[in-house]
Design a protein around this ligand. Structure first.
Ligand SMILES: Nc1nc2c(ncn2[C@@H]2O[C@H](COP(=O)(O)OP(=O)(O)OP(=O)(O)O)[C@@H](O)[C@H]2O)c(=O)[nH]1
Length: 306
């Protein structure tokens, strides 16, 4: 090696895997200290692999936030699960996040089986949401999971409060392979800003509308213009599956869409760190879930869902 710097640099990929709602997005947002991955109380809100880059000492960790792994039924679901597993497969380190309150559910068991089948050893186990459970529940759960032989480190964390997260990061950093940095040091995410903006609007839709409707819609940033005054002009379309859904998204006198737009604009402007003018449109596009183009936009493999 011709390394001349005093300290050896390390860089690699860490995949966060877990059942839907385990807290992957919350953890990633806490680690990176900025909102980049959509968080919602509803399951399966992460459709794309969001990468965040963290510098920790001389280590650069590229985090991959995978869609929750669940039993897939529809094509889109299958593509998401496929993306989650390939994220884990390509990573240098895998962190399995388990909701300590729920314990080893059927979904968790399926992931354990998948990990075992992949032949991967030495994953990191992070028992999350420890703020919600008593210590006497945690220890037996940690033991039960350790007995699988799949993990060589266990952490008890709360992605919500940050407790234990520092130790987890230090361990991930330690496991990164030696090598040059993969991204510039100040690089936070390789998600293009237009995609971040679309994810934020999608999150506001989830907050404002309930039941199945948000799942049956998608948001795309159609135009993203930097203006001379330093602000950004963003046009987004919310695609809905049926004409009947359009009215619900618009609301009485356009009240619903206005509210979604206002909340989204405030947050997009915060995250992008400049004033934002946001224009939202609602359009019907039947079968948007079966359009290969959309899958590419989300970083998913259309055939992965075949
Ligand atoms: N009390 C508590 N709640 C948490 C913690 N971590 C996550 N949550 C909550 O759990 C819910 C799910 O969190 P997400 O981060 O969206 O979960 P996810 O694993 O990314 O979910 P998918 O996108 O569906 O795969 C949210 O309501 C979070 O606020 C924690 O440590 N403590």
């Amino acid at each position: 090696m011709t390394e001349t710097s005093a300290e050896t640099t390390r860089a690699g990929f860490a995949a966060l895997i877990g059942a839907p709602n385990a807290g992957k997005s919350t953890l990633l947002n806490r680690i990176l200290g900025q909102k980049i991955s959509i968080v919602s109380r509803k399951v399966q809100t992460t459709r794309i692999q969001v990468r965040g880059v963290l510098m920790h000492g001389a280590s650069q960790i590229v985090f991959v936030d995978t869609p929750g792994i669940f039993q897939p039924k529809r094509r889109l679901d299958r593509a998401m699960v496929h993306a989650a597993w390939s994220g884990a497969h390509d990573a240098d380190t895998v962190v399995l996040l388990v909701d300590a309150q729920k314990g080893v559910t059927e979904e968790v068991q399926r992931i354990l089986d998948g990990l075992k089948a992949s032949g991967r050893e030495g994953a990191i186990l992070a028992l999350n949401k420890v703020d919600l459970v008593k210590p006497d529940v945690l220890l037996p759960l940690a033991e039960k999971l350790s007995d699988t032989g799949l993990f060589d480190a266990v952490f008890m964390i709360s992605a919500e409060t940050g407790s234990g997260v520092g130790d987890l990061i230090a361990e991930v950093a330690r496991r990164m392979p030696e090598g040059p940095y993969l991204y510039p040091e100040d690089h936070l995410t390789d998600l293009p800003e237009r995609l971040i903006a679309a994810e934020i609007t999608r999150e506001k839709i989830f907050e404002r509308l309930h039941d199945e409707l948000p799942y049956k819609s998608t948001v795309e940033t159609e135009k993203f213009e930097e203006r001379p005054d330093g602000s950004a002009r963003i046009e987004q379309t919310i695609y809905v599956a049926r004409d009947g859904h359009k009215g619900i998204f618009l609301g009485k006198g356009g009240a619903t869409i206005k509210d979604i737009g206002k909340r989204a604009r405030i947050e997009i402007s915060e995250v992008l760190d400049r004033p934002v003018h946001l224009f939202l449109f609602v359009k019907v596009r039947e079968n948007w879930e079966d359009d290969p183009e959309r899958y590419r936009d989300w970083g998913l493999d259309y055939k992965g869902g075949a």
